[in-house]
Write a protein that binds this ligand. Structure first.
Ligand code: SF4
Length: 476
């Protein structure tokens, strides 16, 4: 997928001006966060589970090579094959080679963010193979040729009416006057349209919520059951997963599962949780003849030794997006690439480079809600600050910001000068503010005052008040 991350500011303005997007995002503000909170409250050991899940992933990152090799051994013993891919191009070519070898013409897919990351749909199409998304949200955005706007709810930016319009434009063989104003009608139509593709696809591609080293299995969680049809019906099952998806044991996988669904959708458990461990064995009633796991690095191993290592614990639950005030204002497309919200603002610069994603670490108020709800306790605000520091060092921030920060650093490091400058400034602003006690325009702060007032400082600075109270205390 082509990135528009460098146009974040324009993307965000467009998003803020879209009434339909704003209406869709308003629904998000109540739905997912409330359900997550209620699910967490129902489980007394939720916080302990978060600690346990975090410890599992930390342990894995310390021994990633060991667990990946164990996983490969188990997959091979089970009759499958692991393909190691350094980057997106290698992964695309590997998948295409498999599809070509088995003469695939139609490929069904269940939702995979790694599939988006390597833009596998476009690549297959360019090479004469028809990819069909089977997750309802992914199917809708595939028809609209749009990227996902949320990692667990890819079509969350659309209204019911927009989805109905998309179906009418795409499913031209159906009666134009049919009723499509209820979610159930849309669901039934998508199901009827997808059913023949499930039955005739030559290859099924899925992602993996986890890979289990102990058993060589991949774990898939869905609420629609589409992943199960995708991996059991075609002759070949290809799993695309990034290297950090590994967990050591089945027991560890169940610990992570217990925090995943609660953090993502507020469910105690997703409707379908599937474990696939290889091709069909003699006597199995169903399953594929071939099982391949495409293991993608794409820059992740490099992150292990950096201050951004913690993002490799991410299990893509989407909780940080759902609680982020910036994501909830501009939605996922503004971020310009596959990932969005706080986890995207940390991961995209790591995968695409700071030249492409220099705006994203600044797309945060650093309020800390993302870290407080993240099931893996990933310190997202700390990493966003680390990116900001790096952008500053690389001189990728604007000249005004650089001069402002240099001036601030100079003054802040000299307490006496700081007090001498801020006390009269605060007093002057307080006097100038007038009866409204706020400013509509201020020099150099046009970005702030364009959309909101700037509150006037009230009274004296803290340092002045402190000095006065100190004098009061030391009077004989
Ligand atoms: S960073 Fe945390 S909250 Fe955000 S998607 Fe990843 S695991 Fe979920």
């Amino acid at each position: 997928m082509d990135s528009t991350a460098r146009r974040f500011e324009d993307n965000a303005r467009t998003a803020l001006d879209s009434p339909t997007l704003q209406a869709a995002l308003a629904k998000l503000a109540d739905g997912f966060p409330r359900r997550r909170r209620e699910a967490a409250e129902r489980l007394p050991e939720f916080e302990e589970l978060r600690d346990a899940a975090r410890a599992i992933k930390e342990h894995v990152l310390d021994h990633l090579d060991l667990y990946l090799e164990t996983f490969e051994r188990r997959v091979t013993e089970n009759g499958g094959e692991v393909h190691w891919c350094r980057d997106a191009q290698e992964a695309r070519e590997t998948i295409l080679d498999i599809c070509r070898r088995v003469g695939a013409r139609t490929v069904t897919k269940s939702k995979t963010m790694i599939g988006e990351e390597i833009a596998i749909n476009d690549y297959l199409e360019e090479n004469g193979i028809r990819p069909v998304e089977t997750d309802l949200g992914e199917y809708i955005i595939q028809l609209r040729r749009e990227p996902p706007s949320h990692i667990i709810a890819p079509a969350i930016h659309l209204s019911l009416g927009e989805v109905a319009e998309t179906f009418r434009k795409s499913h031209t063989h159906l009666a134009p006057e049919r009723a499509l104003n209820e979610p159930d009608a849309l669901l039934a139509e998508a199901r009827a349209k997808l059913r023949p593709d499930f039955l005739t696809a030559d290859v099924g591609i899925t992602g993996a919520n986890m890979l289990i080293a102990e058993t060589g299995s991949n774990v898939l969680v869905t609420n629609e059951g589409n992943a199960d049809l995708t991996h059991t019906l075609p002759r070949v099952h290809i799993v695309i997963a990034s290297i950090e998806k590994i967990v050591p044991t089945l027991e560890d996988a169940t610990t992570v599962l217990r925090v995943l669904a609660r953090s993502a959708t507020g469910q105690d458990v997703t409707v379908y949780t599937s474990f696939c461990s290889g091709p069909r064995r003699p006597g199995d009633p169903d399953g594929p003849d071939e099982y391949h796991v495409v293991l993608l690095d794409n820059g992740r191993a490099r992150l292990l030794e950096t201050e951004f290592r913690d993002i490799l614990r991410c299990i893509r639950c989407g909780a940080c997006l759902n609680h982020c005030p910036v994501y909830r204002a501009v939605g996922g497309h503004a971020y310009g690439w596959v990932y969005s919200g706080p986890m995207g603002a940390v991961l995209i610069p790591a995968l695409l480079g700071t030249h492409e994603a220099r705006h994203l670490p600044n797309a945060s108020t650093l309020c800390g809600r993302c870290e407080s709800v993240c099931p893996m306790r990933i310190p997202l605000p700390r990493m966003l600050r680390a990116w900001r520091e790096r952008l500053h060092r690389e001189r990728r921030t604007g000249w005004l910001a650089r001069i402002g920060l240099a001036a601030w650093a100079f003054v802040a490091a000299r307490p006496r000068l700081y007090r001498r400058l801020t006390a009269p400034l605060v007093r002057a602003l307080g006097n100038l503010a007038g009866a409204r006690r706020r400013f509509r325009v201020l020099p150099f702060l046009g970005g702030w005052t364009a959309t909101r007032d700037f509150p006037a400082p009230e009274g004296e600075t803290f340092m002045t008040l402190w000095a006065e109270s100190d004098r009061g205390r030391t009077k004989p």
